[in-house]
Design a protein around this ligand. Structure first.
Ligand SMILES: NC(=O)c1ccc[n+]([C@@H]2O[C@H](COP(=O)([O-])OP(=O)(O)OC[C@H]3O[C@@H](n4cnc5c(N)ncnc54)[C@H](OP(=O)(O)O)[C@@H]3O)[C@@H](O)[C@H]2O)c1
Length: 301
């Protein structure tokens, strides 16, 4: 007898209206995994890219499929070979089909004291990405990092981790997010016309990250003087400029352990801009797709 649960699912690739809240079989923790009763799931641009079928050539999935990578919740099954976590523990991590009442995680960490489930669901993939690309671009303490698209999920993590490491950040974001960037310790300017000149006035750039995919790779190479000093996570055309596209995820468990220390020490906090119920998944995807999230969007279960 298999238990049943509610999950967000889609049976064809397409727009937000293909998302449905359906009755589904509960998943179970396999070896090396835990199952959680999901309290919140992070909304990532990755989720609507999968829904649109953007990864079918490189990472094909079968339909119907669930949605979501990131989640927080209460452990209720522990898979074979898993140590250091028990039923009832509050964890945040990465898995699959997390817009659901139950989900299986393949990487997780215990939630830091004082963090809500809603906040915790926003961290996993953005802190893994932020730590990965700061490492790959090779920026060091005392240097200056330019971050294009700095106010979203990944940007919010990059800015705060860079500050801890003694790296000066110049961030670009919309007019409404200038004070938000300054509050995270960055120098800020908008991405409107003339942004290259304004960045130059703020300082000399040693390395740059393209987080928005807004067609600025050429300018980032000019500002750093070296394509090896630029990384993009959002522009597949980056290699045409000799610039690396970073797409292969690193260790989420290590990233979460580092993030948990920073969160506990008051050095990392990513705000939740808006929460949605599972029934509002389409609205969450429409808002994420608009590309102007400050911090994170989450589904609350
Ligand atoms: N390759 C990987 O491993 C990987 C991992 C994670 C994410 N990603 C991709 O990276 C991108 C960012 O992810 P995210 O979670 O940070 O997204 P997000 O939370 O939606 O943030 C998007 C950000 O882009 C900014 N923005 C919008 N238009 C811009 C423009 N023309 N110039 C500069 N900035 C602009 C927005 O700032 P304002 O609101 O202030 O306008 C917002 O802060 C997405 O495309 C995602 O798919 C890739």
């Amino acid at each position: 007898m298999f238990g049943r649960m509610k999950r967000v699912s889609f049976a064809e690739f397409g727009g937000p209206d293909v998302l449905q809240l359906v009755d589904a079989e509960e998943p179970h923790a396999g070896p090396g995994q835990v199952r959680i009763a999901v309290r919140a799931a992070g909304v990532n641009p990755h989720d609507w890219r999968v829904r649109e079928g953007q990864f079918q050539k490189t990472h094909p999935i079968e339909l119907p499929a669930g949605v979501g990578l990131d989640a927080s919740g209460v452990v209720d099954e522990v898979g074979v070979g898993v140590e250091g976590v028990a039923i009832g523990d509050h964890v945040f991590g990465e898995g699959s089909s997390t817009y659901a009442e139950f989900a299986v995680l393949s990487a997780w960490a215990r939630m830091p004291e004082g963090l809500t489930f809603e906040e915790a669901a926003g961290y996993p993939s953005v802190v893994e990405t932020a730590l990965r690309i700061i490492g790959q671009v090779g920026v060091r303490s005392g240097q200056t990092l330019l971050v294009s698209g700095a106010s979203g999920g990944v940007g919010s993590a990059v800015l705060q981790i860079a500050r801890v490491r003694g790296i000066t950040v110049i961030g670009t974001a919309g007019a409404a997010n200038q004070d938000y960037l300054r509050g995270l310790g960055a120098l800020a300017t908008t991405y409107d016309a003339g942004w290259v000149e304004r960045v130059c006035q703020l300082g000399q750039v040693d390395a740059a990250l393209d987080l928005a995919g807004s067609g600025v790779i050429g300018q980032l190479v000019e500002l750093t003087g070296d394509p090896q000093k630029v990384i993009s996570i959002a522009d597949l055309g980056a290699p045409e400029h000799g610039v690396r596209f970073s797409g292969v995820a690193g260790s989420v468990s290590e990233a979460l352990a580092e993030a948990a220390d920073l969160i506990s020490g008051g050095k990392l906090h990513i705000p939740v801009e808006k929460s949605y119920t599972l029934a509002e998944a389409a609205a969450a995807h429409i808002d994420s797709h608009a590309g102007h999230t400050r911090g994170r969007r989450v589904m609350v279960v």
